[in-house]
Design a protein around this ligand. Structure first.
Ligand code: HSE
Length: 451
């Protein structure tokens, strides 16, 4: 299938030269694309639209050779029918495929396909957070062994250059904490609840109608999508293997309109955050949960389906990366950047540095220290507040502020605590659930940067 060589690019400043003694550089880079959905079609489109610029930039033409899909007989808008095939393994093994781009998603059969590509020394570009957050260590080991690139800019934050910024631009930085809004669906839902006054169910239905949320929205609303991205970011920032199983994960499906209203009244907005931070020297705490974010924090202004990652480093101070976290063309843009990198590296006979090589020491969630918001529904009668406050005191959790709203002969009490240990807060909640005057323990939210 390999065609003639690309137009002359000699003299292009940005075109890399092969290293002395390296194997001859390919005259044309053939790309095998696994997955022909919206991102795959957008990638084929961008490769066509930008052909001249891409050739100039990497010194060689990048040409799609095949697109593997489940039903190759079904036409795909934007993908020439002649590229479609049903055999993904054959695409990986095709000698005309120099780089494998994986856009299928999930772990099976993707893991085997990627391992086969890397074992054959073929660079892999993937947008698949799940396979990286589950089998990252194995895939990085295969990339090292095969001397091949494993690039995944599109796996976190779509078009936003988060991976490259964390891995390269901030390589010399001592990062203390990253906090990301890395799931557009949940950010859209929370934005609608905050500014549109919608309840959770209506906001979710709206997100589904707009195509942000899947028919089965659990991966997004229960935080699993964000947890995979948190694991990937933590691995890069802290240079250690972190898997999705290491990430404490809570979603947004139990949040009420009342929580949103109270948060606003207290000068906060509620966001689903993916947080990775260094604790006690070399331990890493990684978690995903809804949190109250002060309205003047940069993350509070990230609305609708946009994503952002806020980084706190020793020398760089605070910075934030912001943009589109999903969608065909935004995600394809990040894939294309990786593809150009992989092509340039192939021409140089080099590969991007290895991934993490040692497991992280994960800080247990029970030892987290945070301030908490807690909504309680109680019977409104003398002595109830004293009994409730007594339980906080018994577990060493100090109350910072309290507000009561009447609901007939019931009342809702909102507490904000000082910074406390998570295990003490959990013990308090357990006792509160057994207190006869407590009708319901509502949402429990951590409060960001509150003291
Ligand atoms: N479902 C994700 C989101 C995009 O809503 O941001 C893919 O990770």
């Amino acid at each position: 299938m390999r065609g003639g060589c690309a137009g002359s690019v000699s003299g292009m400043d940005s075109a890399p030269s092969p290293a002395p003694g390296a194997a001859p550089a390919p005259q044309r880079i053939g790309v095998g694309i696994l997955g022909g959905g919206t991102v795959g079609a957008a990638l084929v489109g961008l490769l066509d639209e930008r052909r001249a610029e891409i050739t100039a930039r990497c010194g060689t033409e990048i040409v799609p050779v095949a697109v593997a899909v489940r039903s190759p007989d079904r036409p795909r808008p934007g993908v020439p029918a002649g590229l479609l095939t049903g055999d993904a393994a054959a695409v990986v093994a095709d000698p005309d495929v120099d780089v494998v781009v994986e856009l299928i998603g999930g772990t099976d059969p993707v893991r085997q396909l990627l391992l086969a590509a890397l074992a054959g020394g073929k660079p892999v570009v993937t947008a698949n957070k799940e396979v990286l957050a589950t089998h990252g260590a194995e895939l990085f080991a295969a990339a090292r062994a095969g001397g091949a690139d494993l690039l995944f800019e599109a796996a976190v934050g779509g078009a936003i250059p988060i991976v490259r910024s964390l891995r390269e631009s901030l390589a010399g930085e001592s990062v203390q904490r990253i906090m990301g809004i890395v799931n557009g669906t949940t950010n859209y839902i929370l934005s609608r609840m905050t500014t549109g006054g919608s309840g959770y169910a209506d906001a979710l239905a709206e997100a589904q109608a707009l195509g942000y949320a899947e028919a089965d929205p659990r991966a997004d609303v229960e935080g699993h999508d964000a947890a995979a991205k948190a694991a990937i970011m933590a691995g890069i920032v802290f240079g250690a293997e972190v898997t999705a199983a290491d990430v404490h994960c809570e979603g947004i499906s139990t949040l009420s309109a009342g929580d949103i209203t109270f948060a606003r009244r207290l000068g906060h907005v509620i966001k689903l955050l993916a947080i990775a931070e260094r604790v006690d020297g070399d331990a890493i705490a990684v978690r995903v949960h809804p949190a109250m974010v002060p309205e003047d924090h940069p993350l509070a202004s990230v609305r609708d389906s946009f994503n952002a990652v806020f980084v706190e480093g020793d020398a760089c101070g605070e910075l934030m990366l912001y943009g589109r976290g999903a969608g065909g063309r935004p995600t394809a843009s990040a894939v294309l950047g990786d593809l150009i990198d992989a092509a340039a590296n192939l021409r140089r006979g080099a590969a991007t540095g290895p991934g993490p090589t040692a497991p992280a020491r994960i800080h247990p969630i029970g030892e987290l220290r945070a301030a908490y918001y807690l909504a309680l529904e109680v019977i409104d009668r003398p002595g109830v507040l004293a009994a409730v406050a007594g339980l906080f005191g018994r577990h060493g959790v100090s109350i910072r502020s309290m507000e009561q709203e009447g609901l007939g002969d019931q009342a809702r009490i909102i507490f904000i605590t000082h910074v406390a240990c998570e295990s003490d807060m959990r013990a308090t909640l357990e006792d509160l659930r057994h207190l006869e005057a407590v009708r319901q323990v509502g949402s429990v939210l951590r409060v960001i940067a509150d003291e």
